[in-house]
Design a binder for this molecule. Sequence first.
Ligand code: PMT
Length: 409
Amino acid sequence: MKIKDKKILIIIGGGIAAYKSLDLIRLLKKNNNEVKTILTKSGKEFVTPLSVSTLTRSKTFENIFDKDSEVEIDHISLSRWADLIIVLPTTANFMTKLCLGKAEDLATTVILASNKDILLVPAMNVRMWIHKATQQNVKILKDYGYLFIGPEKGEMACGEYGEGKMSSPRQIFSFIEKYFNKKNIIKSKNLKALVTAGPTREYLDPVRYISNESSGKQGFEIAEALSRLGIKTTLITGPSNLSSKKGIKTKKIITANEMYEEVKKCLPVDIAVCAAAVADFKPIKKSKIKIKKSKINFKSIELEKNRDIVEFLGKNNKHRPSLVIGFAAETENLNKNAFSKLRQKNCDLIVANDVSKKDSGLNSDYNRVSIIDNSGKIKVIKKSRKSFIANIIAEIVLDKLLINDRSFN
Ligand code: PMT
């Protein structure tokens, strides 16, 4: 479906491919979309404000300290106005600025202040693109949630051949179409998700409990990634210092049983992602008063199993979500153990999490995971930030729901 009536903010960067921004503006305008532009100082070396304004039929913004521009529309409003922001071409230098969170001119300030998706369209010499520093920047920016298209392989303006050529205006236009179509489908389907996060506490008495070191980070990131896609998301979390983003309905619980009750109340949903480190067992007896040291039986605490929440969801006859995704924290036989949990709990996907190393897992910013589907196909993700893993899970969720297939492609 062709896009129309969208508000696109194009930031024109400083590279020879800047001239192609004019073609993209023309395509967007031809399809009745509104386009505003920011021309960076180096972008101005390649295209003129006059040519840009002639095509957009509106002012070309250039300077953050331009009082006329700020009166007309300030940098915050400019970022709020847009449905999507595109940086074209995105140079290696510009990527570095974004990685550092710079706000040194209008373009970088608008981006830092933005609450919208930002599409980067890299274009540079092949050596610059494959340089470790650039690739590291790409990884960081993907972690931050920036979208990318290209670069493509081809002959570059400098005469060299390789990866670094900017995607064509047609390719970018079709990327934008797909982006908005996906958003429309999600909106029309009115998708709902629940995510569990954090630890649970199982009390022996009013002050002592059994728990684990889960911080809630992974679950919070997943809730944010799903919500960013436009999915109505409820986050059910055990004790955590984190606070969730606006738009995510958050229920705080303490025990596994409370988590189970909240999950039940949340049904029906289309998607359930269970990232919580739910305590598998709880003390059979909880003393109402603090147990005296002299009365403690140091040899044993009697425990009973907690209800398995993800299994309850996976085997739910009445309200089984279309997609049930479990996690499996393992210190050995990662994929084998995780896959048997997938089977046992009737999940569609399981995120096998290697928690054998100190630099990832519970209470870390990183996880090392393999995502396994119900046919046994495995997608390995090396040690990565939890935000990065959350984005991948959200994309998989979307693909599965939109093509109605529970296995990997
Ligand atoms: O919170 P962070 O510090 O960011 O750490 C994230 C994490 C390491 C906790 C997370 O990435 C993770 O791996 N979560 C699963 C931890 C776990 O308890 O795994 P498990 O193998 O014991 O449980 C398997 C699955 O069953 C999980 O989806 C779990 O949520 C679910 N479960 C377990 C017990 C229970 N009673 N009910 C459940 O739903």
